[in-house]
Design a protein around this ligand. Structure first.
Ligand SMILES: C[S@@+](CC[C@H](N)C(=O)[O-])C[C@H]1O[C@@H](n2cnc3c(N)ncnc32)[C@H](O)[C@@H]1O
Ligand SMILES: Nc1nc2[nH]cc(C(=O)O)c2c(=O)[nH]1
Ligand code: SF4
Ligand SMILES: [Mg+2]
Length: 257
């Protein structure tokens, strides 16, 4: 279901429990350890970060959405023949109601994955079957040269917010998880190594190398053609896992895929 109406006042929610939703669609999970699994995607709008490469521009740089009640969302999810739901965004956890949606989906027996940047931790009792955490590296920062919209106005705020090691460690402690790093090139590896070491030091559970995934940066097949082999070779070299971007391989940058 395309949900593309821009609301005049993005902060105005209807009565009751609701979320600003950019799109709901069924596809194959394209990323991570569940790649290939048919899943319903619920994409909330709004983000606390601004990655220059964000492939969901209309949830971050120019948020576009309709406010849907949780009843509407659940009904839409149930209209598809899939038992996996991926809650993504934007950053789902900027919205308190994302936690309520996860509780509702869990009660209905769905397997839930949340795609999150790992900076906002939900309440401890929020049920999540797979926390798919994608910590943002320095190479994601929208500097003047890489700002898709302005002239680097977001760079400082993005830089301040993009990593919270305690939050990342909490995700590791509470949930089945994967740490999925967007890799632009070899330059990113030193930061990934030190961040993984920091998460391991802060968490009171083990974080094996198999929970660390390298994902090539690329919103399009053309860009992935440049990055995927480089990143696959880095995964072999460092002993981390590689994840494709199946949906980009299959459908390029088409919406609702
Ligand atoms: C749009 S984000 C939404 C969830 C959350 N805000 C986050 O960043 O994890 C969904 C996934 O796409 C990844 N992503 C966004 N833009 C990308 C790009 N240009 N290349 C590769 N991965 C990208 C993010 O890192 C994240 O794993
Ligand atoms: N097919 C498909 N798989 C995905 N896995 C994570 C996605 C996301 O945008 O969070 C995504 C997406 O947008 N499409
Ligand atoms: S954190 Fe996620 S949604 Fe937000 S700008 Fe970065 S990739 Fe886009
Ligand atoms: Mg996506």
């Amino acid at each position: 279901m395309p949900v593309t109406s821009t609301v005049e006042r993005p902060d105005s929610a209807p009565e009751g429990d609701a979320l600003p939703v950019n799109e709901v669609f069924v596809s194959l999970q394209g990323e991570g350890t569940l790649a290939g699994v048919p899943s319903v995607f619920v994409r909330t709008s709004g983000c606390n970060l601004r990655c220059w490469f964000c492939d969901s521009y209309h949830t971050s740089w120019e948020p576009t959405h309709a406010w849907l009640t949780l009843d509407d969302i659940v009904e839409e999810v149930q209209s598809y023949d899939a038992d996996h739901v991926v809650l993504t965004g934007g950053e789902p956890f900027v919205h308190e109601s994302s936690q309520d949606l996860l509780r509702r989906l869990d009660a209905l027996g769905y397997h839930t994955t949340v795609e999150t940047n790992g900076t906002i931790v939900p309440d401890a009792e929020t049920p999540i079957d797979l926390a798919s955490v994608s910590p943002k590296l320095a190479s994601s920062t929208p500097t003047v040269e890489r700002d898709p919209k302005g002239e680097g106005e977001w760079a400082e705020r993005h830089e301040e917010r993009r990593v919270d090691v305690d939050a990342l460690a909490t995700f590791a402690e509470r949930y089945d998880r994967q740490f999925k790093f967007v890799v632009t090139g070899r330059e990113d590896m030193a930061e990934i190594e030190s961040l993984v070491a920091e998460i391991r030091a802060a968490a009171d559970v083990e974080v094996p190398d198999t929970d660390v995934l390298l994902m090539p940066e690329g919103q399009t097949r053309d860009r992935l053609a440049e990055t995927r082999t480089v990143v696959a070779d880095l995964a072999v070299e460092y002993g981390y896992r590689y994840t494709p971007r199946l949906h980009v391989d299959l459908w390029n940058d088409a919406p609702e895929t």
